[in-house]
Design a protein around this ligand. Structure first.
Ligand code: 4NP
Length: 147
């Protein structure tokens, strides 16, 4: 079975949402998420991510923050990160360049998914939700097409 690891900085806002949306849409692929930092290790997704997920009927059950580990996590078929800084950090840690993609590579013109950690209210999370769900849908299409 194919496997995809979603990566952001804290693994509490963007990548858990990507994991939840992907699980909701596709059962034939293994999904996980991790953070480049370990600051939030063991924590559940942030409040905004929980609220926006609930609003869109996306379950985040069982998802808690964990720091990414090299080389163990290089065994995923695909490592999909949220922004250019994540991408540089993954390369620096030694992850295989051919496995690393930015979610924006699958939609919204390659833009970075902004870090919503300091957003107040749900508006910013709504924008992030729209970007992530579009990117994840296109990613799943490209996996199905075997690209
Ligand atoms: P995430 O957001 O990378 O989407 O999970 C962040 C969460 C926490 C921090 C940074 C980004 N932080 O610096 O604590």
């Amino acid at each position: 079975m194919k496997s995809v690891l979603f990566v952001c900085l804290g693994n509490i806002c963007r990548s858990p949402l990507a994991e939840g949306i992907a699980r909701h849409l596709e059962r034939g692929v293994v999904f996980d998420s991790a953070g480049l930092s370990g600051y939030h290790r063991g924590e559940k997704p942030c409040k905004g991510t929980q609220e926006i997920a609930q609003k869109h009927h996306i379950s985040l059950e069982g998802i808690t923050s964990r720091p990414i580990a090299y080389p163990k996590d290089d065994s995923f078929d695909l490592i999909v990160c949220m922004d250019s800084q994540n991408y540089e950090d993954l390369l620096e840690r030694g992850f295989s360049k051919e496995k690393i993609k930015k979610l924006g590579d699958f939609g919204f013109g390659g833009e970075d998914v902004p870090d919503p950690y300091y957003y107040v209210g749900l508006e910013g999370f709504e924008r992030v939700y729209v970007m992530i769900s579009e990117g994840v849908k296109n990613l799943l299409e490209s996996i199905k097409e075997g690209k």
